[in-house]
Design a protein around this ligand. Sequence first.
Ligand code: SAM
Length: 276
Amino acid sequence: TQVIKPRIREILSKELPAGLVNLLPKHWVQIGDVLILPLRPELEPYKHRIAEVYAEVLGVKTVLRKGHIHGETRKPDYEVLYGGDTVTVHVENGVKYKLDVAKVMFSPANVKERVRMAEVARPGELVVDMFAGIGHLSLPMAVHKGARVIAIEKDPYTFRFLVESIWLNNVQDLMTPYNIDNRNFPAENIADRVLMGYVVKTAEFIPKALSIAKDEAIIHYHNTVPERLMPDEPFATFRGIAREYGYEAEKLNELIIKRYAPGVWHVVVDVRVFKR
Ligand code: SAM
C-alpha cells in the first residue's frame, strides 16, 4: 500500500472534473506486476483511463478493480480495468509466488504470518498444509528452513500455481502437492506441524487435523472470531473438539492477523496437541 504519486494527480487533474480528483485511490495493492485498485463509484465513467494512468506511472501490466473474495475456494472477484494478463510472479521475503491475481487469493495483510511461518519451521520436520492455496504459508517454510511439506489444495486451478511455485523456488524435493480435498487425505499420525490456514469453517476440519498430527505436534489453527468472544475463542472450541476426540490441547501463542469484518478478527492460535 502506498501514497498517491503526484504524477498521477497531475495527469488526471487535467482530464477529470475538479471534484473527482480528490476521490482518486490513495492506496492500492500491487501483486507482482498487477495492481488492485479500489475505485469509488463516482469514478465509474473514468475507470479505464484512471487505470491506464496508474498502470503507466507505476509500471504494471494489468489493473484490476478491487472486489470481494468469495466462497469455499476463496476466489476473488475483480473487474479488469486495464491490460488483461493477470498471471504474475510476486516475490515476498525471498519466496516466489506464481498466481493468477484475478482468480487466486493472495492477501497482503497476511504477510506477517507468511514471514512467521518461515521463522517457526524446523529443518527436516514434516509440515502438512491442509489449505495450501499456492503455498502461501508453507513455501516459506521449505525455502527458508528446509522443512518437508505436504501441500493439499483442492481447487485444480489454484493447484496449478502451487505446483509451478514449488518448481520456481526449486523446492520440489521438499514439497509434495496433492490436488485433493484434505478430508480425503489418507495418512494419519505423520505431521510435526499442521497448517490450517482457512477461515470461517475451520472448526469442521479439527478432527482431520488431529488425525494427521503426531503426538505433541503443533497445529496452527486459523479462524474468524467475533471480538466479544475473544480471548477465549477460538481456542475454547478447538480444545472442546480435541477432547471429544481424545486429545489434550495446549495454547502456545495467539495472534491477530487482520480485521475480517466489522467486529470480527482473523486470528491464529498455535496449539500443541497430546494424545490422551
Ligand atoms: N493457507 C493460505 C493462507 O492462509 O494464506 C491460503 C488460504 S486460502 C484462503 C484457502 C485455500 O484452501 C483455498 O485455495 C481453497 O481452495 C483451499 N481449500 C478449501 N477447502 C479445502 C479442502 N477441504 N481441502 C483442500 N483445500 C481446500
